[in-house]
Design a binder for this molecule. Structure first.
Ligand SMILES: C[S@@+](CC[C@H](N)C(=O)[O-])C[C@H]1O[C@@H](n2cnc3c(N)ncnc32)[C@H](O)[C@@H]1O
Length: 220
């Protein structure tokens, strides 16, 4: 297991600091603007779109972290909602968040993304701000795609490099602190999505944060 994964698993002030940041809109907006030149309203817009698609769907949220998404999906009725993460520390935060929100049929699972047992069973996979924390993001995308049924949709976000020296400096800072794994440019993200048998690929960058979506090939 890499040092980055160990840090996330164990939990540190920085990892719980992320969870606090992302759950407070003004702080999240300020942090992502200063660190990544990004407008975090893009994420809230993404979640509004997810909210309208979720009722009756089987949803995989990986990595779910501390359940930052839950408050935005509160009151929805997915057929199944699995929040998976490698970190017991983050899942403990997610469990508290789950109690506050009311998403139906929610279960939390401790798993490395690469060892998920899911095969063609989810309509939607959400993966926000996770790939840059994972040592094998291409493998992670492939595991997420495998979990989707044909026609299922992957939506997520990740930090990239190559979007400006200021943004790249923050990436290096978090890598030195052991919080980010290797971070890649936009072309690599597109290649992971294509290699995972996904099409209808979109990648939309807001500063160093890319929002992506893609559809699993084939139809049920
Ligand atoms: C920056 S947080 C993002 C969490 C959440 N999606 C959010 O937007 O707040 C990154 C998450 O990735 C998880 N993670 C890191 N490596 C992982 C792996 N190999 N498998 C599953 N989760 C992993 C961490 O535990 C952490 O919860």
């Amino acid at each position: 297991m890499t040092i980055v994964t160990q840090k996330w698993r164990r939990g540190t002030p920085i990892t719980s600091g992320w969870d606090f940041t992302v759950k407070h809109r003004a702080i999240a907006m300020a942090y992502t603007y200063l660190a990544f030149g990004s407008d975090y309203r893009r994420w809230y817009a993404d979640l509004a779109a997810v909210r309208s698609q979720i009722d009756g769907a089987a949803v995989l949220d990986v990595p779910c972290g501390g359940g930052a998404v839950f408050a935005h999906l509160s009151g929805t009725a997915p057929r199944r909602y699995v929040g998976a993460d490698v970190s017991p520390a983050m899942l403990a935060l997610a469990a508290k968040e789950a109690q506050k929100s009311s998403i139906q049929n929610l279960e939390l699972v401790e798993r490395d993304v690469l060892t998920m047992p899911y095969d063609a069973e989810f309509d939607l996979c959400l993966s926000y701000m996770g790939l840059h924390c994972m040592p094998n993001p291409a493998g992670a995308v492939s595991a997420m795609a495998r979990a989707l049924r044909p026609g299922g949709v992957l939506r997520g976000s990740t930090v990239l490099v190559g979007t400006g020296w200021r943004n790249d400096r923050f990436v290096s800072l978090w890598q030195r602190r052991g919080i980010f794994a290797d971070v890649y440019p936009e072309n690599d993200l597109r290649q992971w999505l294509e290699a995972a048998d996904l099409d209808e690929i979109t990648v939309d960058c807001s500063g160093a944060i890319a929002y992506f979506s893609a559809t699993k090939r084939g139809r049920d």
